[in-house]
Design a binder for this molecule. Structure first.
Ligand code: PGA
Length: 234
């Protein structure tokens, strides 16, 4: 299973700023080891929706194996859902992943486990792999809301609330414990960690997970390129 290094811009960056990030990041990363069929890592970026078109174009033009992720997706298909971004809207953008149910969406946009489950269905219908965020307290509720046959198609990311954007990253022992819990509940699924990951702590998380979700530290393209270099050197 490839390990995933995913940058989440959240709602930061204008279109121009995001483009500058991408230009610098593409220039800075040594893509050769990531291009092999046997590559051990996947690198992905989740900019705001407004930047996706430009990112898809530039990534293709540069011919680098950088994957695109969205930060959210509509719980509904194409239709009369003003303001929503459906999988149909994303069709030509070559989107690999959708971050779904981030705690910031639960906190600020009232998302709950039932809505997250609907988004999982939509993503999978559109050929996009859902990355389902959770904290321990609602893990079981979240999983029980997702149709059993779809659970195995999801990536799960453990994002302890107190670790997000605080510098208080959770110890590897705790991450391992939660990983075991996910395995008991879901079987073998891809399991990531997110919460104050940086280039200093990424290597230890990669020993016990299938990848990391990086917010604050990925805002600077040089930082995220350094994280990729550190991770892939291990
Ligand atoms: P952080 O964010 O790296 O800033 O803690 C992680 C996330 O919210 O996915």
């Amino acid at each position: 299973m490839k390990k995933l290094l995913l940058a989440n811009f959240k709602s930061n960056k204008s279109i121009t700023e995001a483009q500058q990030w991408l230009d610098t990041f593409i220039a800075e990363v040594d893509w050769s080891s990531l291009k092999d069929d046997g590559a051990r890592f996947e690198v992905a970026v989740a900019p705001a929706f407004v930047s996706l078109g430009e990112f898809a174009y530039k990534i293709e033009e540069a011919s680098v194996p950088l994957l695109l992720s969205v930060q959210d997706i509509s719980a509904y298909p194409a239709g009369s859902y003003t303001g929503a971004i459906s999988v149909a809207n994303l069709a030509e953008l070559n989107i690999a992943y959708a971050i779904i149910g981030h705690s910031e969406r639960r906190k600020h946009f009232g998302e709950n486990s039932a809505m997250v489950a609907k988004k999982v269905e939509q993503a999978l219908d559109g050929g996009i792999t859902p990355i389902v965020c959770f904290d321990e307290e609602y893990l079981e509720e979240q999983i029980s809301n997702i149709t059993a046959e779809l659970v195995g198609k999801c990536v799960f990311v453990y994002e302890p609330l107190g670790a997000i954007g605080t510098g208080n990253n959770v110890g590897v022992g705790k991450v391992t414990e939660v990983k075991e819990k996910v395995k008991r509940l879901c079987g073998e699924v891809r399991f990531l960690y997110g919460g104050s990951v940086d280039d200093q702590n990424v290597a230890e998380y990669l020993l016990v997970t299938d990848g990391v979700l990086v917010g604050t530290f990925s805002k600077d393209p040089l930082n995220f390129a350094q994280l990729v270099a550190t991770a892939t050197a291990v």
